[in-house]
Design a protein around this ligand. Structure first.
Ligand code: GAL
Length: 679
């Protein structure tokens, strides 16, 4: 299902159960003033919706939803299952999650549930059904927001039972499981299914195959809980689209490709983790990932209007940044600009978290920003109509993504704990972003003929099929760039012998017989201005040639970066972790070698981020000016934000935005030097 609302959804989480009638009346007035058209209601309202077991009190909610609708504001209705009420935990203590160390958590925060506990699952189905029966055909309903940020892991008895059932379905016999998990090591051979446990706290390292299977199980188990709720909603006759908001943080508990397949539209919550300029690259990363997961339009379900949480502090997000970031997501396929939350909470755990209406109220700089954003979104609303072929981006670079890579690098036997999947992927994306090159993320086995370059960062476990797919891609003309720690093991984290990376030796035409981990402050010179960190390998060339050698250190004189001709394409191997400056340079060269150019000539140099979003009859070029000087924009097209025609002379002030409607495939030129013409 392609999710195409009639307008860009603007608004956010609305928690009126915290407020009195007068405040709710003011809320709706302020929403209308700012052109807010969407509220997400009920995310954490379980105790008010079901004050005691099986007793659903929904009249208060009906009143709120009717008032929103009467005010012209649609809503996502959330199932509140991320926050079971106190009575539930008291009645069902077995449904509280257990940590790896055996401690059972108490009620007192949120997200405190054992996903496999039958009582929790039954209560979740019950409330989903009750909401759908009452509100499933409400005219203001835009969609279902199931749960909130699935991600609580449980290691208790219910999880153990469900994990065993999952393993039985996967492996069939204990013999197969024992072989897959290599249980002969450390006397771990299992003689009955009951002996198998989640990876609970134990004396020393866990079995890595058990650890990664548990992560896969948790993702599947949460997906089953999601699907059950959707089934209840459909059984009650509601056909409104359903989604759940992924979190895109420094942890990852979901296998996003499988999850995305199960949703009508993919949505994420995205919070900047730095107040520095890298926040802009982070927006791009979140947007590109989510567009790719859903292979089309998606929803930004939450961001913070006024704050950035980093280093244990709440920093203020400047108004211009709120606007640029919001447009950054839309440029990358979002159909919405939604926030957490509408009005800052006066009390409770997140009283300092930003809101569209700050503590100071509607007469504030923060709210004026929201009003400006509402105006901009209305003026650019045509951008969300998708092209006939459904493809929103023209990206010709793909980055291979799979949660297995993330989870594998978190298993306990890895030779360098400083290396993380997320860092490798994000640094690579950042490097391409800094060159102004648009990027998709790619799922193993997907059609990839349209990419000129495919990057494989740290996908440690790899199936034979994925390796063959990469080979076919290169053979038919693509450029594959493989990083260290990719294709080293099979899917069960058993190393493929005969030289690393076992799955990709043929593709790379090179192999390494030994790794050589670098110390925390150690670097290695690769020549040509490139520097490696953290990792190096003793490489032998078979059919490949060396592009860079290790110039110093224990591997001086050995190849560091290699290139192998494969059919009409090639495979490059980067056997060390490039530092960011080197990585930027390296990927700029790879992109140039593959004939890729920045989206708008001159943009990067001028500090402007240019992103193309393909629309129904035109392309839309989003220009987000992160720099400090006014720049000239030359070409042909209309800026939807101001209504100005580019050809009439167009200047983009520092920190401002433009959304240019262009002929399909056309672009603009950006000059750092302002001309005499004025905007
Ligand atoms: C999100 C969550 C919201 C709110 C927000 C604060 O992860 O869904 O409910 O807690 O974080 O940043």
């Amino acid at each position: 299902m392609t999710f195409t609302p009639s307008t860009i959804l603007f608004g956010g989480d609305y928690n009126p159960d915290q407020w009195d009638t007068e405040t709710v009346r003011e809320d709706i007035e302020l929403m209308r003033r700012a052109k807010v058209n969407t509220a997400t209601v009920g995310v954490f309202s379980w105790s008010k919706m079901e004050p005691s077991e099986g007793v659903y009190e929904l009249d208060w909610l009906a009143e709120i939803l009717d008032r929103l609708h009467a005010g012209g504001i649609g809503f996502f209705l959330a199932t509140p299952t991320a926050s079971p009420p106190p009575w539930f935990s008291l009645a069902h203590p077995d449904a509280l999650p257990v940590r790896p160390d055996g401690a059972r958590l108490s009620h007192g925060s949120r997200d405190t549930y054992a996903i496999s506990a039958p009582a929790y699952r039954a209560a979740s189905r019950g409330i989903a059904r009750a909401l759908a029966e009452r509100f499933g055909d409400h005219p203001g309903l835009r969609g279902w927001h199931i749960h909130n940020e699935y991600g609580t892991l449980d290691y208790g008895p219910h999880a153990a039972r469900a994990f065993r059932a999952w393993l039985r379905a996967k492996y069939g016999t204990l013999e197969t499981l024992n072989a897959a998990w290599w249980t002969a090591f450390w006397s771990q051979g299992y003689g009955s299914w009951e002996e198998i446990l989640p990876p609970r706290a134990t004396q020393y390292l866990h079995n890595p195959a058990q650890a990664i299977d548990f992560r896969r199980f948790c993702s599947d188990e949460m997906l089953a809980a999601y699907t059950e709720q959707c089934d209840e909603i459909r059984a009650a006759g509601s056909m409104a689209p359903a989604t759940t908001n992924f979190m895109l943080p420094t942890w990852n508990h979901l296998e996003q490709w499988a999850w995305s397949d199960a949703q009508d539209v993919v949505s994420i919550d995205h919070y900047l983790d730095t107040r520095g300029p890298d926040g802009e690259a982070h927006v791009a990363y979140g947007g590109d990932l989510t567009r790719s997961w859903g292979d089309g339009p998606w929803l930004l379900m939450e961001q913070n209007a006024t704050g950035i949480s980093a280093d244990g502090r709440w920093y203020t997000k400047s108004p211009d940044r709120t606007i640029r970031n919001s447009l950054g997501y839309i440029a990358r396929g979002s159909q919405s600009s939604l926030f957490f939350q509408w009005r800052q909470s006066a009390g409770g755990s997140e009283q300092w978290h930003g809101g569209l209406v700050p503590h100071a109220g509607g007469s504030s700089r923060a709210f004026a920003t929201i009003e400006r954003l509402g105006g901009i979104l209305e003026s650019i609303r045509e951008v969300i109509e998708p092209p006939a072929d459904g493809r929103l981006s023209d990206a010709e670079v793909g980055i291979l993504w799979h949660a297995d890579g993330w989870w594998a690098l978190e298993t306990p036997q890895m030779p360098n704990d400083a290396l993380t999947y997320s860092d490798e992927v994000r640094s690579t994306h950042r490097a391409l972003w800094r060159s102004g090159i648009e990027t998709d993320f790619v799922r193993p086995g997907a059609p990839i003929g349209r990419y000129r370059v495919l990057v494989v960062p740290c996908l440690y476990p790899m199936s034979e099929e994925t390796a063959a797919w990469l080979h076919d891609y290169a053979a038919s003309g693509g450029t594959v760039v493989v990083s260290y720690l990719s294709g080293v093991s099979d899917e069960n984290l058993r190393i493929v012998g005969g030289g690393f990376p076992g799955r990709l030796r043929d593709l790379l035409g090179a192999s390494s017989e030994q790794i050589d981990v670098l110390g925390p402050d150690e670097t290695v010179d690769l020549g040509g201005g490139l520097t490696g960190t953290e990792w190096s390998e003793l490489i032998t060339l078979h059919t490949a040639e060396a592009l860079h050698l290790y110039e110093d250190g224990s591997l001086a004189g050995f190849p560091a970066i290699t290139s192998n001709t494969v059919g009409s394409g090639r495979a490059i191997y980067v056997s060390t972790k490039l530092d960011q400056v080197s990585r930027d340079r390296f990927f700029a060269d790879v992109a140039a070698g593959a004939g890729l150019t920045e989206t708008a000539p001159g943009a990067v140099g001028a500090g402007v981020e240019a992103i193309r979003r393909r629309g129904r009859d035109a392309d839309y070029l989003f220009l987000l000016h992160h720099g400090d000087e006014t720049v000239d924009v030359a070409g042909e097209g209309v800026d939807l934000v101001t209504g100005g025609r580019i050809e009439d002379g167009f200047r983009l002030p520092a920190r401002d935005v433009a959304v240019v409607r262009l002929r399909r495939g056309a672009t603009v030129r950006i000059g750092a030097e302002p001309s005499a013409s004025s905007r």
